[in-house]
Design a protein around this ligand. Structure first.
Ligand code: ITT
Length: 181
């Protein structure tokens, strides 16, 4: 089986394609910007994205992710893309004090024939003191997953795909699809 992943983010696409290959699911990329509603929860954003992206007779996958900082009561969370574009990694680092805990969350949504399935994944960690590493994208250079010393930006893609919020959510989608065959 194959599905269409709709996103503007090439880094997400590469990770989703690699992970779903483990389940014999092929992934085509439709590079498109979907309306992102202002909502407090990732799953509301994902339902709205799916509503706009769904195609009759196609399995369509979207996801929304965010970096949640307890020190900032969850900010940037659903506003993570906006925070990165405006204040950037250095700006986010300047906002936090001694509490450096951080959690990445992803909600992935699959649609087919008017139905929607949502699966989530999270990765606990902490913020690095400064950005390090050239791998990955977005916040990867400042996120150190729990139990590790390196940022996602310093890890090879295979390592990030073992641990990440996206990997957990997308593997749940993979297992769901597998359960149908
Ligand atoms: P879409 O078109 O799929 O919405 P996007 O890049 O706008 O792509 P999000 O709104 O889900 O995606 O992402 C929120 C922000 O968090 C954005 O700046 C991403 O670069 C960043 N981000 C998401 N997943 C990440 C990850 O695994 N590692 C680092 N940063 C990530």
């Amino acid at each position: 089986m194959d599905l269409t992943f709709v996103s503007t983010n090439a880094g997400k696409f590469r990770e989703v394609r690699t992970i779903l290959a483990e389940y014999d699911v092929g992934v085509r990329w439709r590079r498109a910007s979907l309306p992102e509603i202002q909502a407090a929860r990732l799953d509301d954003v994902v339902r709205a994205k799916l509503g706009a992206a769904s195609r009759p007779g196609r399995y369509v996958l979207v996801e929304d992710s965010g970096l949640f900082l307890p020190a900032l009561r969850g900010f940037p969370g659903v506003y993570s893309a906006y925070a990165l574009q405006t204040i950037g990694l250095e700006g986010v680092l300047r906002l936090v004090g001694s509490d450096r805990r951080a959690r990445f969350q992803t909600v992935a949504g699959l649609s087919y024939g008017g139905r929607q399935w949502l699966r989530s994944g999270a990765c606990e960690g902490r913020l690095a003191k400064r950005p390090v590493g050239d791998h990955g994208f977005g916040y990867d250079p400042i996120f150190v997953p729990a139990g590790h010393r390196q940022t996602f930006g310093q890890m090879r893609p295979t390592e990030k795909n073992e641990l990440s919020h996206r990997a957990h959510a997308i593997r749940r989608i993979g297992r769901l699809i597998h359960s149908w065959s």
